[in-house]
Write a new protein. Structure first.
Length: 208
């Protein structure tokens, strides 16, 4: 069972529909026991970083997510959910994140020809092979964001060119993130979710 973490700040229903499409049994939940028992976790998100962390904290889910990560549970953060995986964000002043991947969220540079927020379809350039990046090099995916993950190159699996090279996919061990919305990215997004399904299956086999 995959748990889509419910903290009232995510595109949860569309994520659920996409998971159903790729054949991943799932449930939307904020129950710590269900989260810790899950074979994989999706951390969605739309909105402000500080409000999202506040909601996760109030629901007692910050330490739960960290514990799941330490146990080796595959975790996928989507859009704001990916940013929450990092050490923090400079949005509205510094806010501490989950700290599962090194990096800080910074605001996208202003450019008259490339407005902020960055909205629309951009071409993925894959820089690291993972189960999630298979078959998506050169494919277009859908973004809506104003902040980007300022990370070291070794955790960046794909980027898109906007006003800067924007990290589009990151990972470290069992932790994965997509700055774009795979659930809104047509067949390419489903391919990426299928890759996450492979990660979960591999983790299941390893634990048996």
């Amino acid at each position: 069972m995959i748990i889509i973490i419910d903290y009232d700040t995510g595109n949860t229903r569309n994520v659920q529909k996409a998971l159903n499409h790729v054949g991943l049994e799932n449930k939307i939940s904020a129950d710590p026991q269900e989260i810790l028992a899950a074979e994989g976790l999706i951390l969605p998100g739309v909105g402000a970083f500080s409000l999202a962390m506040k909601e996760l904290t109030q629901r007692g889910l910050v330490e739960v997510i960290k514990e799941a990560a330490q146990r080796g549970t595959p975790i996928l953060g989507v859009c704001l959910g990916m940013q929450l995986l990092l050490e923090g964000s400079m949005e509205n002043g510094f806010t501490e994140g989950l700290g599962l991947i090194e990096g800080i969220c910074e605001r996208l540079p202003e450019d008259p020809t490339m407005p902020v927020p960055h909205m629309g379809w951009n071409e993925l350039v894959v820089t690291n092979d993972t189960p999630l990046t298979k078959e998506v090099h050169g494919k277009y995916v859908y973004f809506v964001h104003s902040y980007y993950a300022d990370c070291e190159p070794d955790v960046i699996d794909a980027f898109v060119q906007y006003s800067i090279k924007v990290p589009a996919m990151i990972s470290k061990g069992n932790i994965f993130g997509t700055q774009f919305h795979p659930e809104k990215s047509s067949d390419e997004g489903l391919t990426i979710l299928q890759g996450f399904k492979e990660v979960i299956i591999d983790a299941r086999i390893t634990s048996d």
